[in-house]
Design a protein around this ligand. Sequence first.
Ligand code: SAM
Length: 269
Amino acid sequence: MPNEFYIVATPIGNLADITLRAIETLKNVDCIACEDTRVTKILAQKYGITAKLFDCHKFNEKERSEKILNLLAQGKKIALVSDAGTPLISDPGSVLIETLLKNNVKITAIPGACAVSTFLSQLPRNSEDFAFIGFIPRNQKQQIEILNKFKHTNCIFYESPNRLISTLENLSINFGADLKIAVARELTKVFEEVKINSVQSIIEYYQKNHLKGEIAVMVFEHNNVQNDDEIKEKIKLLKEEHYSAKDISIIISKLYGINKNKVYKLALN
Ligand code: SAM
């Protein structure tokens, strides 16, 4: 089995964001498996890439894996690209790579643009660790479950512009209006914008400014309180100092980014 299969990162918006090695590789292969051939054609035309393009996306990946194995057996060199950025990062390719590995194909990844790393590289953080959850689920209960799981870590997700405001409103209700977040829009493109602020301020900003383009969101690590018992413990301490339920709810929600009404109800009990 020849060993010439490449996973190649392509730009996430600005067509100049591609490495020399990526261009050289795409020029040298016989075929490029693309998420969408129309998108890759634009890149190919810009850089004089003449390899044959065929589609390989989440709906035909399994079948294409067989085709790619056959082409490799014929001695063809093949590359995989997605529409933007690094393949397999919230993009198809896992099924194909699993098949190739089972068939002992050597895989070479050519690194390059990726929205997560482009975003992270410009965000000040207190710690190195972060969680990346890909596209956040649409279901609001699931959104909170997953963000609760990573509340002690800076957590990045992808979201569509149509759903961004309702997702942020959900975060504000559940984690507090002061929750610190960052939103990246159109990274590397002409209208690139990164906002770092409280979730409430960012909701207000995007309610005033028409929201379109590609979006990534980071929720900064935000909750030092582990569970209701810990909140209750803190409420008890404040009650001993004769704070009212209302004041306690304001203090704890401000300090720990927990929903004010939730603390208020716990304080009343
Ligand atoms: N493979 C890509 C990567 O390496 O980042 C991600 C592909 S995923 C299907 C597409 C999503 O990534 C977009 O909907 C958006 O959430 C995010 N994204 C891609 N390009 C972006 C950009 N230029 N600015 C902000 N987010 C971007």
